[in-house]
Write a protein that binds this ligand. Sequence first.
Ligand SMILES: [Fe+2]
Length: 293
Amino acid sequence: MNTVAAPRVHPFHHAGTGTWSYVVADPASGAAAIIDPVLDFEMASGRTATTSATGLVDCVRQHGYRVDWLLETHAHADHLSAAHWLKATHFNAAPIAIGEGIRSVQARFRDVFDLGAGFAVDGSQFDHLFAADEVFAIGGLACRAIPVPGHTSDSNAYLVGDALFTGDSLFMPDGGTARCDFPGGSAATLYRSIRRLFDTLPDATRVFVCHDYAPGGRPVACETSIAAQRQANIHVRDGIDEDAFVATREARDATLAMPALIIPSVQVNIRAGALPEPRDNGIRYINLPLDAL
Ligand SMILES: [Fe+2]
């Protein structure tokens, strides 16, 4: 009987944005990846901080891991990525990687944020762009980058041994699914992405979500399974067809405000987490388009 290796998973919850970041490691070799690290940002002051990201570094150091990958599930709209800071300050050898759909996201947002013709929309700010279902490794762990478009066109889930990191597709079963109303989003596309996960992954696959907003006031949670999702996900459990899902998803999206940090997040995250270059006065700026989003 084949057994699928089980990585060690260290979850980190970012309370300000409801984001889960992960350190995932191959216990045998000590090889590790960091998934969706958060750069702290306060909108009112425009100040960034690396407190949360330092917690990830501390975990890596405490366990003696070697970070081989810095993985983004997509260009997040709700938080800034700390991938660039982590690579520049601690993990120089680790490629920052995202799905190849990032190119279309860059092209879409270059104009609205007036990033200039010099802003490359070929994904070259990242070290590696995953093709659909590309396989890779974290030490001895077999991994696969699985496209899950719908929330965004660049969304990936990462299968690491028996653990699936869903990005913004599936939330915990009582949280349902990620919104699909951003530019490039599609509820029908998300439904098909999730059904493909359900139809191709074993029920026992551990599922680690990218966000949890603690519905009903329960404690925050990050781990579920394909079986639990198929049985109980409030939006997309077995028996809910595409039309019903799309109706539910679009009705819910119509009630949601823009994420508080979408404007700075997108501008930084399509640069792989690098902040915009300083202007002549030495200060970095985020552009704030009026009546455009
Ligand atoms: Fe997202």
